[in-house]
Design a protein around this ligand. Structure first.
Ligand code: C5J
Length: 223
């Protein structure tokens, strides 16, 4: 398949060698009343991408493509949360504290679940990651190698934090990465815009960008 209008130049991929990676579409980041909102963020910005993410996920599933979901999640004893990470942010609501949807960024808590609109299905990979990147302290690379994945298509939040870190980690590991611009969002629109420009600058130094419409058209022609 080829996305002829991807930036900065066409992106080619084989579905069986490509995984759709959905970063951290968790209730605590995306839903009103969660951790993200408690930090003063407007979650409606993030909620706006749910329909385009759903459209891509549904089309990907119909073609039998591999799907990877991630959650920013720590063990209940916080042994995988370095003090340097926990001590920053909102001092009155830290990682592991009791928040509006259970303990903040702790595995198994209600706020840590992926939103129901994009909930993982049996057979899909769903990973807890204690860092911002999807590869750090997770089995992701081994799982992708087992099925000979070479290309990754990214969606999720937030663009300049966990999506950016994951895409850069993937790029350094040799994956050909595409970011779907209308399937990723930030609480800070200017940070998203800058991150998107950075990914594709200097001849795709981190990877490519495209819209969900472009990908959906390519997937439809493969049916
Ligand atoms: C943040 C994330 N923003 N998933 N996490 O802390 O981007």
């Amino acid at each position: 398949m080829k996305l002829g209008t991807a930036k900065p130049f066409p992106y080619e991929f084989e579905l069986k060698r490509t995984a759709l990676v959905i970063i951290d579409m968790q209730r605590d980041f995306v839903e009103p009343g969660g951790f993200g909102e408690s930090l003063g963020n407007d979650v409606s910005l993030l909620r706006a991408i749910i329909p385009s993410c759903q459209a891509v996920l549904n089309a990907w599933r119909e073609l039998g493509g591999l799907v990877v979901h991630t959650r920013e999640a720590h063990r209940p004893d916080l042994s995988d949360c370095p003090p340097a990470k926990r001590s920053r942010g909102n001092p009155s609501l830290r990682i592991g504290d009791e928040g509006p949807m259970g303990r903040v960024l702790v595995a198994g808590e209600p706020g840590n679940e992926i939103i129901p609109e994009l909930a993982p299905r049996p057979g899909e990979i769903a990973l807890d990651k204690p860092g911002k990147g999807a590869f750090y302290a997770t089995p992701l690379q081994g799982l992708l190698q087992q099925v000979a994945i070479t290309h990754l298509v990214f969606m999720g939040v937030t663009t300049e934090v966990c999506v950016q870190t994951s895409m850069r980690e993937a790029n350094d590991r040799g994956y050909e990465c595409l970011l779907l611009e209308d399937c990723t969002e930030s609480y800070f629109p200017q940070f998203k815009a800058a991150a998107v420009e950075m990914f594709r600058a200097q001849g795709a130094i981190v990877g490519w960008t495209a819209t969900s419409a472009e990908l959906l058209a390519a997937l439809a022609s493969a049916r």
